[in-house]
Design a binder for this molecule. Structure first.
Ligand code: CP3
Length: 346
């Protein structure tokens, strides 16, 4: 057995027993850290994503500072939109903007196939640099969006509260929706395969906004495509984490779509979610990221609650239910890592 199969994070992804619960955080690199804000003075977000040395530097920033059990490559789920042809902009403070959104069949037909090695190769290069820096210390996670979450940005043209345009495409033009999701699935599988080839040891697929749908719509319009992506990753030989938020009532379906680890948010007790998913399946979660801004005693109480609910069963990765907020104190994040690492199940 190579040493990397012994990382507790990889063991937990496979549902094996661990000495200590592994912990990492979504958005562990970002604006809540001074080192990141300093670099951001000199470069735009997209510049940082597309310059492998900078993306690698940002990936490494939180690792020693926090003592986490995994690194996640610094990139963004929306990067494939540029080569697909819709454009992508991050206007300060406004969130992502897609300047040429997908409105109809003609727009879907115009979408370009993506050569991940050539057009998104900077992510692979960043992965190679990070691997050479952390090899033997901790595993590296690669990631992409799930098809729904990526398509929602493409159709809405940016962030959305109600996802009306996306839902209307499903209901009014189901064939156009099917073709769009189909094209996106192909891009996502290739992009993720490229990341594994470059050295990613785990993949996370982000379905951040799919909780806006009811169970029937999830089953009809989303599940077959998420399944296609997750099935398409099976041959790569790395564990895949299937992440979503707002899906407390959809978790059985999210599990059916696939993934080796199911990651969910704080809107459900961890043990209730795990029972629905099945205790045989590894899980990740599920602290509310707002708790990281609470006083330390409150944080401790909530962290211990998550750990107690996990009950020492094999296959729990401690994480938030969604990404770290900008105004989170770094020492609170570090305190959570220490609490998780000091905890012993009775
Ligand atoms: O987790 C990590 O540390 C890796 C980095 C990472 C980023 N984005 C960096 C980032 C990851 C995993 C993502 C994924 C991502 N991007 C998701 C899925 C996860 C989630 O939060 O649901 C989504 C929906 C996006 C799209 C996106 N990119 C949004 C909504 C934003 C915020 C825009 C804003 O102005 O707040 C981004 C930008 C972004 N991605 C930042 C970072 C660090 C902030 C950029 C900045 O510094 O201004």
């Amino acid at each position: 057995m190579g040493e990397e199969t012994e990382f507790r994070f990889l063991r937990a992804c496979r549902g094996e027993t661990v000495d200590i619960t592994p912990v990492w955080f979504m958005r562990q690199a970002g604006r809540y850290m001074k080192a990141y804000r300093d670099l951001k003075e000199k470069h735009t977000f997209l510049e940082m994503c597309k310059t492998p040395e900078l993306a690698a530097e940002v990936t490494l920033q939180p690792l020693d500072a926090l003592g986490v059990d995994a690194a996640i490559i610094f990139a963004d789920i929306l990067l494939p939109l540029e080569p697909m042809g819709t454009g992508l902009e991050f206007t300060r403070g406004d969130g992502p903007v897609v300047p040429r959104p997908i409105k109809n069949k003609k727009d879907v037909d115009k979408l370009r196939p993506v050569n991940a090695e050539e057009q998104l190769g900077f992510v692979g290069d960043a992965i190679r640099i990070v691997r050479s820096e952390i090899s033997g210390k901790m595993p590296l996670i690669g990631f992409a969006a799930a098809p729904f979450t990526l398509c929602s940005y493409m159709v809405e043209g940016g962030k959305s509260r109600d996802f009306n345009a996306t839902k209307m495409m499903m209901y009014e033009f189901p064939d156009v929706w099917a073709t769009l999701m189909d094209k996106v699935c192909t891009v996502l599988v290739d992009y993720l395969a490229m990341q594994v080839k470059a050295g990613a040891q785990v993949l996370q697929v982000f379905d951040s906004w799919v909780g806006c749908l009811g169970p029937a719509d999830y089953t009809q319009y989303i599940l077959p495509y998420s399944k296609r992506v997750l099935d398409g990753l099976k041959g790569l030989g790395v564990p895949v984490i299937h992440f979503s938020t707002g899906t407390s009532t959809l978790l059985d379906r999210v599990r059916d779509a696939g993934g080796d680890v199911i990651s969910f948010d704080w809107r459900i007790h961890l043990d209730d979610a795990w029972e629905t998913i099945g205790f045989d399946k590894p899980i990740q979660g599920n602290l509310d990221p707002s708790i990281l801004m609470a006083p330390i005693p409150v944080i401790r109480e909530r962290v211990l609650d998550v750990l107690r609910r996990a009950g020492g069963r094999p296959g729990h990765i401690f994480n938030l239910g969604h990404g770290i907020f900008q105004h989170t104190p770094v020492d609170h994040v570090k305190a959570v890592v220490d609490m998780v690492h000091q905890y012993r199940h009775e």
